[in-house]
Structure formats: C-alpha cells, structure tokens
Design a protein around this ligand. Structure first.
Ligand SMILES: [Zn+2]
Ligand SMILES: [Zn+2]
Length: 136
C-alpha cells in the first residue's frame, strides 16, 4: 500500500477537474456525465475522463460502483488501508452513501482466509431503499 492522504495528492489538471465534478455531485456520476460537465473545460473524449478516473480510484479519492457503472467521490477519511469499501445504494432516489468498511472487511477477510484466498480489495454494494425514502 502506498502512503497517501486525502487531499494532498499531486493531481494533473484533468484529474483535479474530474475530482471537482464528482465532489460537487450529490450522488454518483457515470463517466459520460462527467464528460458532459467538462466539455467546456476542454474534455473531448471519454478516454480522458477514464484515464483521470483510473488514477483517482488508484489514489483512493474516488470509488467505482460496479453495479451502477458509475463513480463516487470518497467522503470518508478513514477509508484507506483495509481495501474494503461499502455503499448503500437507494433504488428509489439513487442516493449513494459510503459505509464504514472495517467490520465488513473483517468478515470478508475471515471468509477468504477459510478458503485460502488472499483478499486484497473489495467493494460491497448494498442495494435497497434508503431511510429517507422509507420514511417518505
Ligand atoms: Zn472511501
Ligand atoms: Zn432513497
């Protein structure tokens, strides 16, 4: 694991713009939505967005949500180190919330150890209905 802390990475202009766009968003964004936001900043091709996203994911500043094929900015400072991130994804309002991954990491790790698997990283996506939608 490389050492880094949120906010002090050396980002290129493109990476910083993509991160800014994701930070300003309420939930998750697809690469194409990000591209639409950044067209007037000189972005032309999806590849430019994907390249920036790859690096941001690598740095732990952004998470990729496989089931939505979308990206969300990391809002937890305690997220690094254990390689497991977890989200609740509301199917009604599309709200995406990042959970503390630590307990889940412990569980997944012991399951992996049982089958002799060396777990490096995992993304857990819980699909369902958020508290606000259930109350409403
Ligand atoms: Zn995170
Ligand atoms: Zn909801």
């Amino acid at each position: 694991m490389s050492e880094h802390s949120h906010g002090d990475a050396n980002l290129t202009r493109n990476q910083a713009l993509v991160l800014e766009t994701l930070s300003a968003a309420d939930g998750s964004l697809s690469a194409y939505t990000i591209l639409d936001h950044l067209r007037d900043k000189g972005f032309r091709a999806p590849l430019q967005v994907y390249r920036a996203l790859d690096r941001l994911v690598e740095l732990g500043l952004v998470h990729r949500l496989e089931t939505l094929n979308a990206f969300v900015v990391c809002r937890r400072s305690d997220c690094e180190g254990h390689g497991t991130v977890a989200f609740t994804i509301c199917k009604k309002c599309d709200n995406v919330a990042e959970l503390t991954g630590e307990e889940i990491a412990g569980t997944l790790n012991s399951v992996a150890v049982d089958v002799g698997f060396a777990l490096e990283k995992s993304t857990v996506e819980l699909r369902g209905i958020c508290g606000a939608c259930r109350a409403g």
